[in-house]
Write a new protein. Structure first.
Length: 124
């Protein structure tokens, strides 16, 4: 297993890697909407936070020599499932057909009280 870390994405806030590679798969840890340049959330609204979570994912994949088209599965955790439509709109700006498989859940609380967290699996 090989750790993958990008200086453009926020560092892990615990004992885990931003991503790991194993057998040609890249497992990207859940990405909070933190802008690495400021250390803060990219904004207060779900659209800005979704965009930043996906940008962080993109930065990590670039470090592995991949891009968003290499993602085969995502999991989206939302503070409020009512944000689903807005997240879909932002998500659609990062992906094209064939889209990755995806699951979306509403959760009670996310780290740092984020509105969203997105984890991904990509394949080389």
């Amino acid at each position: 297993m090989k750790a993958i870390n990008s200086t453009k994405a926020p560092s892990a806030i615990g004992p885990y890697s931003q991503a790991v590679e194993k057998d040609g798969f890249i497992y990207v840890s859940g990405q909070l909407p933190i802008d690495e340049t400021t250390g803060e959330f990219a904004g207060e609204d779900i659209a800005a936070q979704a965009r930043q979570s996906l940008e962080n994912t993109k930065y990590i994949l670039e470090e592995a020599g991949l891009d968003m088209k290499d993602i085969i599965k995502t999991t989206i955790l939302l503070k409020n499932i009512e944000d689903f439509a807005v997240v879909n709109e932002v998500y659609g700006q990062f992906f094209s057909a064939p889209y990755p498989a995806r699951a979306t859940y509403e959760v009670a609380r996310l780290p740092k009280d984020a509105l969203i967290e997105i984890e991904s699996i990509a394949k080389k």
